[in-house]
Every structure is written in structure tokens, then in C-alpha cells.
Write a protein that binds this ligand. Sequence first.
Ligand code: PBG
Length: 325
Amino acid sequence: MPLIERPRRLRATDSLRRLTRETAIQPGKLIMPFFAREGLKEPRKIAGMPGVYQHSRDSLKRAVADSAAAGIGGVMLFGVPEIRDATGSGALDPQGVLSTAIADVKSEVGDSLTVMADLCIDEFTDHGHCGVLDSQNRVDNDATLLQYAAMARVLADAGAEVVGTSGMIDGQVGAVRTALDEYNRSDVIILAYAAKFASVFYGPFRNAVESKLEGDRRTYQEDPANGKEALREVRLDLSQGADIVMVKPALAYLDVISKVSAMVDVPVAAYIVSGEYAMIEMAAAAGAFSREAAILESVTSVVRAGAPIVCTYWANEIATLLRRN
Ligand code: PBG
């Protein structure tokens, strides 16, 4: 049998491999998450996330200036308040840590980056849940929608161009869209964490935001075993006005990214979460493999699966690396 097909022909040189490469990470499609911590004077390390910091107002401004210089697409801001309460009222404070961070970042980077903010109250509640609780300590879906609607307007006022609805509360995209539209802010974009799973890989993030959560989020985030249900969540978010849909985590959910990508005609994003970041950082630090190669291969796999927009703690570094090469 003569060998007609010889795929190796196209792999012979670096330039051939470049020519035939199907996907590429694009710096302008990377989103870098940042943690703004109220009251800090200096940036503070986060346990489990080597190289990632809680920021002071000054260090956040410097960090986002670096992001702009690296040419990434956007930054996603999380606020870590000093004080929390049952309803997460700090999330609605126009002078609160998140609004302040948004305004600081906006004034630092202008339009050179897209400024995004997390729209969820878990960093602001003393129980750590993403919603308000009812008399039996269950997350009260519809009461939470009222909080999210109010929070959307506060974030928009502060200067957020994109709000990331990350709470996995039914109807959140519609509630936020209506609240913004009735507030004459139809320009604000909704990045819907549409398929967000109840994942163990959010572990280090809990340190990053000093979460007070006891228990878990399994009554609202998705069961990791469910792929079809992820498509249902995406369909619902689109019907409520989501502009961009996100799958989260990313690396353990490449099949979901692929299915979502095949289903929708809006941009698809995926979030390489804190624990996925930590796994690679710690394995590389222990000498298991080359750190840089592992980062690039991981992010490439997410793009190849169908999410060209990647939210990752490596965004600045990758963009800088790609521009240098
Ligand atoms: C909720 C939120 C979480 C993350 C982003 N937004 C935590 C959670 O759902 O438990 C996790 C991000 C990460 O782990 O990197 N506001």
C-alpha cells in the first residue's frame, strides 16, 4: 500500500507549522482578572495563586497600565471589601471598593482596554453566597435578582463597559438587561457566565476574595456531570440578552466549550480559573514541565475548543510573550 497521505510533510519546518496552524492565541482577546482589596497600602500575595495579588488602589492602576501596554483585550475587576453583611450591601455602594476600582481603572486606561466588572454579591456577603438568603438560609432567587439589578446600575455609573453576571441565579441576565435599559444604559454589555459549574477549582479564588463561604454552591452552580444542561443555560442567557457567553472553568470543560461554540452566534469566552492556574504553576514550580510551554498549550487548547476569548491570570504575560516572539 503506497503512502498517499503523509501529514508529517506539513510539520517539517517552523514556517510550515506556522502556515498550517489552525488556531492562535490573540493578545487582544485575553481578559485579565484583578482583585481590588479595600484599605490596602501595598499589594498582598494570595495563597494558592503564586504571582497573583490583591491590589491597593495604586498597585491596581500600575497593573492595568501594564495590561494596556501588553495589548490585552480587557480586565475583569473583583472587589474585596473590608466589611460584609447579609445582603451584600457593599456591592451597591457607589463609593465602595468595586466602584472605586472601576473608576480608577477607567481613568488610568481610558479606551485602550475594555473595563469589565464582576456582577455578583458573594464578595460582599458575610455568608459568602452569591445571593441573599431566605428565612431557611437558602439562596433566594428572585430577591437576589433585585440586588443584581441595582448592582448593575452602580457598576455602570462607575464606568464599567461590561458586567459579568457570575452568580448563576435564574433570570439574572434578563433582570440586569432590563435594569440597565430602563436606566438608559443599553450600551452596557453583558458577559454572561452562562455555563458555570460548581467546581473545586475555584479553591484559591476563595482566598483571593477572602470568602466567608461555608458549604458549597451546588444549589445554584451547575453539576460538573452535566453537559446538556450547560447548553440549556446558554440558551436561556441568550434569550435574556447575553452579549457574550462564557464557560467556566475552562480546562476541565473543553467539551462544553466546543458544544457551546457550535450552538451560538455570539462571541464565546472561557475562564481558566484559579485552581487551574494553580495546578500549572505548582507543577511547573515542582519541575514537572516547562511553565511557559504549559501555559501556552493550555490556553491554546481553550481557543481550539471554541473559545477565542480567554479570561486568564496569565493574560498580561502571554500577550507580552506573543508580542516578543
Ligand atoms: C463568583 C465568582 C467566582 C469566581 C469568579 N466569580 C467564585 C465562585 O463562583 O465560587 C472564580 C474564579 C476563579 O476561581 O478564578 N463571583
